[in-house]
Design a binder for this molecule. Structure first.
Ligand code: ATP
Ligand code: MG
Length: 371
């Protein structure tokens, strides 16, 4: 990006095969993913139907979308085509197994086509960073639910601030995404509100799957960055058997609980207090009489402390909470909430005039409650 004069070290390109004989093809000769070492002409990625030549010198950073413990995410524009995309930059010093990440990126490519997973376009290793290019969404759930709560507090929102139908639809999307990843033998490992993205049309997609497995010391790092660990008890006290998809079910339960109540259920700021509460206290329960028994039941099942007792994804998909809201139309609610803070909604960004609607509709009243 601006001012960077060096060439990318390695490029990963979904759908484009430039050098099938490359000795260090990370795809192992199969699939449609090729790593082309030291090729400065090969930074091509496919965005929708368009193939673009992407190079840190021909993109402009429009704005920072946020940053986490390991790097930043930016909204960028590819100048020759005008295409906008998101780039996540992770510092290599935060990667404990760069080679394996590279190899396993094939799976990111395979996840293309799943409607509830953020589309991955490709990656480059640039100097000492890895850049992951992906589809741009309007917001993440951590920001989104706070906006909904702010509207409710100001008397312009709904009660509850995030209606159950919206949470049900989010849950259905995330469970299908996790199930899809599971069929690809991928465990997400980092389910939390900031890794679930949403757009103004009410589409919900999961992002950042698998990556935390390659990052250095994720409990310590997330705590250091002031984030709250959404990790299941069995992950916080690791077992020799390792990690299971049921741990992501716990993280999903905590995520939905947070959206439904507007607060993370465990004490934060002090990791020791938090871990003590996770291990010693009964799991969090939704406040009585605010939501349906089906939603309460869903949370109880996800937040079983014994991972063996938690449902798997197919079982979750059969629960009434998911089935009831599978077709709920949450577009109007989402749009009104995101329009309440246009500067936080990427498609309504004032810094992207011309290409997309640049004037966001001001909120005209309470967001409609989906049925
Ligand atoms: P962690 O470091 O633990 O992963 P995080 O998820 O908050 O925490 P990042 O993954 O770096 O950190 O993301 C930072 C923010 O960037 C997110 O909170 C989200 O709001 C935003 N973001 C990430 N990816 C996208 C995307 N594809 N489109 C729009 N916004 C995004
Ligand atoms: Mg993230």
């Amino acid at each position: 990006m601006s001012g960077n004069r060096n060439r990318p070290r390695i490029v990963i390109k979904p759908d484009i095969r430039l050098d099938t004989s490359a000795a260090n093809s990370v795809a192992g000769g199969g699939g449609n993913l090729v790593a082309a070492p030291n090729l400065d002409r090969s930074t091509q990625i496919k965005v929708g139907e368009q193939v673009i030549e992407i190079d840190p010198d021909n993109v402009t950073v429009i704005k920072e979308l946020g940053h986490g413990a390991y790097g930043i995410v930016e909204l960028i524009q590819h100048e020759p085509s005008g295409v906008k995309l998101a780039v996540k930059k992770i510092r290599a010093s935060n990667l404990q197994d760069e080679t394996r990440l590279l190899r396993d990126m094939e799976v990111l490519v395979k996840s293309r086509g799943c409607p509830t997973i953020v589309e991955f376009y490709g990656a480059i290793f640039w100097e000492s960073d890895v850049y992951l290019f992906m589809e741009i969404m309007d917001s993440s759930l951590d920001k989104f639910y706070r906006l909904a709560y702010a509207m409710a507090a100001a008397g312009t929102g709904t009660s509850p601030a995030v209606p159950e139908a919206v949470i049900g639809r989010i849950a259905g999307s995330v469970v299908s995404a996790l199930h899809y990843l599971y069929t690809l033998k991928v465990i997400h490992r980092d389910v939390k509100p900031s890794n679930i993205l949403i757009n103004r049309t009410g589409i919900v997609k999961l992002c950042d799957f698998g990556i935390s497995g390659y990052l250095v010391n994720s409990v310590a790092m997330t705590n250091e960055a002031g984030c709250k660990p959404y990790m299941a008890p069995e992950r916080l006290r690791p077992r020799p058997q390792g990690y299971d998809i049921k741990s992501d079910v716990w993280s999903l339960g905590l995520t939905l609980f947070e959206i439904a109540t507007g607060a993370f259920p465990y004490p934060h700021g002090n990791l020791f207090e938090q871990l003590k509460s996770i291990f010693q206290d009964p799991p969090p329960k939704l406040p009585a009489n605010r939501y349906s028994p089906e939603f309460e039941d869903f949370i109880v099942r996800c937040l079983e402390k014994e991972y063996q007792n938690r449902p798997n994804y197919l079982q979750l998909l059969e629960l009434p909470f998911i089935k009831t809201y599978a077709d709920a139309d949450i577009a109007d609610f989402t749009r009104v909430v995101l329009d309440s803070a246009p500067e936080q909604c990427n498609s309504a960004s004032p810094s992207s005039p011309g290409k997309q609607p640049s004037v966001a509709t001001p909120p005209t009243g309470s967001p409609p409650v989906p049925t």
